[in-house]
Design a binder for this molecule. Sequence first.
Ligand code: SF4
Ligand code: SF4
Length: 335
Amino acid sequence: MAGPRELTEAALAACRVQGFHPAGVCAADPPESLRQFKDWLDKGCHGTMSYLERSLPLRADPQTVLPGARSVIMVGLNYNQPNPVVPGRPRIAKYALGRDYHKVVRAKLRRVANTLMPLLPGATFRVCVDSAPLLEREYANRAGLGWFGKNTCLIDSRTGSFFVLGALITTAELAPTPRASGGCGTCRLCVDACPTGAIVKEDGRWQVDSPRCISYLTIEHKGPIEGDTRRIGDWTFGCDVCQDVCPFNQQRSSQPGRARTTVEPDFLATRIWPSLREIAELAQPEWDRLTQGSPVRRAGLEGLRRNALINLENEESAHGDPAPDGGAERPEPGL
Ligand code: SF4
Ligand code: SF4
């Protein structure tokens, strides 16, 4: 049987075949950042995402995810693409423009596992894409995929932060790849650009305060959004501001590797979205058809209708004129 180093090379080659970049390997040791994660939860920064609290004890050890786990193969899949603003249309974060990444990454990781199985008789594998209680971002950092920016995104100095993560845990022993290092330095573009001031420094660490974050409010938060909804602007599902402004996500001719546009066909924006007015009045059957296989389904019909109404109101106040047809009614006065 091949040794740990050869197995790592075989794993990384299989990841490249599936289009994963960056990719790396780390030991399936217990996470080092559990205490920080617990502090973040204790401060209520997770908003109403109570499932994060419930899964905390399980996150203490990858053995709860796969008994006998020895290595974690971590992968990133680029979803970067142009996302022009079109007045009157929903503005959706780049990661959600195409097919649900969970399905895409899971299928690819299964193919990586199938490639490795003949080399690893007796080894078992488990694919995790947000589906298991694993602190994936820490393992991605340990495996060398990137370092944490002030916006809390994992940043690969070569390609930026527009990639989703997946993990393949195995009982086989693979050689770890070097841990990622790097940092923001004095840059604070994302902190200053965040429309809601959600990027905050607490106890010397940069964090995102979810209840203030547009991504959280437009996707995870249920019911009316309290406070000043003008800051949500034209975002209908998610928000890319703190990534769009990041220097590591800029395309530069002198650094052609940076922030490339994805070549993953499943991630491209092929779906035609109705106008904000149509979304605000969308019925269930149309919603079901429209969001099939899309990450946008996570917001729920009521959530997306709520967001569209906020966008319309913000669009109207930006132009200083009333809605031509009065629009649909908002469920509750906002924030
Ligand atoms: S996603 Fe948007 S609202 Fe959330 S921290 Fe980033 S810039 Fe701020
Ligand atoms: S915008 Fe600047 S401060 Fe924010 S994550 Fe990128 S490099 Fe770091």
